[in-house]
Design a protein around this ligand. Structure first.
Ligand code: NDP
Ligand code: 8X3
Length: 251
């Protein structure tokens, strides 16, 4: 039975991936900070023999190391790592943003992803097999007002993904950066700090991606032949596209 480690599986993309892979007979390691949600998902998807839970803050390097180091033997050979945990906080312009929000995005989206990758890779190299899928974002490609540090963290994820490919050439380990566009999850509720009206507005009168669309994308990628590496995959809803460059024309 193959094993997938999904970070941030307590909601959104991560929870959808957990359900899809469990239903296809994979063993899961699921992480997040909300123990109760991890417990519920474990229960739903087959119990502790099939699903191992790790509750930690991904920005806590020692906690990530400890979780990977102390995996039960049956879960220790990770075939697929999905670096999914992440968040956006705020949509203010750079001169008005809360610096704590910026730091939290860097700590989670950049440092957390670095820690998981660094602690999982050695065993993959030893086993000469593995697949690292990073969840980047269109925000790493296309700047938008208020996207500032969130977009910059996702540009980091894109560049690190490309660099991993360079480092891992010859190891048989695959790396893909998936870059989703707007998707309806708890993402906006988190971004707007539990302001349900503001979060709801994001998905008004359009058809955003669903979490399952990204789970299906991951499933497809994982099931491509081992000699195929999709390096980057941008996935937008049909009803989203890039806009023109902005021009300020004065008062
Ligand atoms: P959700 O808010 O629904 O899920 C985010 C997940 O990340 C949760 O499981 C959360 O778990 C986990 N997480 C957040 N911070 C931490 C932390 N410090 N430590 C551990 N886990 C953490 O959002 P999505 O499913 O939409 O987001 C998943 C990924 O997709 C993110 O990286 C996001 O940036 C990216 N993305 C989202 C898009 C969208 O429009 N929704 C589009 C493009 C990319 P918990 O709270 O339990 O810790
Ligand atoms: C999430 C997509 O456009 O809200 O990464 O930044 S967007």
């Amino acid at each position: 039975m193959k094993t997938i480690l999904i970070t941030g599986a307590t909601s959104g993309f991560g929870a959808a991936m957990a359900r899809l892979f469990a239903n296809n007979n994979w063993q899961l390691i699921i992480t997040g900070r909300r123990q109760q949600r991890l417990d519920e998902l474990q229960q739903e998807l087959g119990g502790p023999d099939k699903v191992h839970t790790c509750c930690f803050d991904i920005s806590d390097r020692a906690a990530v190391e400890q979780a990977i180091d102390t995996l039960p033997a049956a879960f220790a050979d990770i075939d697929v790592l999905v670096n999914n945990a992440g968040l956006a906080l705020g949509l203010e312009p750079a001169d008005k943003t809360d610096l704590d929000d910026w730091e939290k995005m860097v700590d989670t989206n950049i440092k957390g992803l670095m820690y998981c990758t660094r602690y999982v890779l050695p065993k993959m190299r030893e086993r000469k097999q593995g697949y690292v899928l990073n969840i980047g974002s269109v925000a790493g490609n296309w700047p938008y007002p208020g996207g500032n540090v969130y977009g910059a963290t996702k540009a980091f994820v894109k560049q690190l993904s490309l660099s991993l490919r360079a480092d891992l050439l010859g190891t048989n380990i695959r790396v893909t950066n998936i870059e989703p566009g707007i998707a309806e999850t708890e993402f906006s509720l988190v971004r707007f700090k539990d302001n349900e009206a503001a979060a709801g507005d994001v998905y008004q009168n359009t058809k955003a991606l669903a979490a399952e669309d990204i789970a299906n994308t991951v499933w497809w990628l994982v099931n491509t032949p081992e000699h195929v590496n999709v390096t980057t995959m941008e996935v937008m809803p049909t009803q989203q596209a890039t806009g023109p460059l902005a021009i300020y024309r004065g008062e």
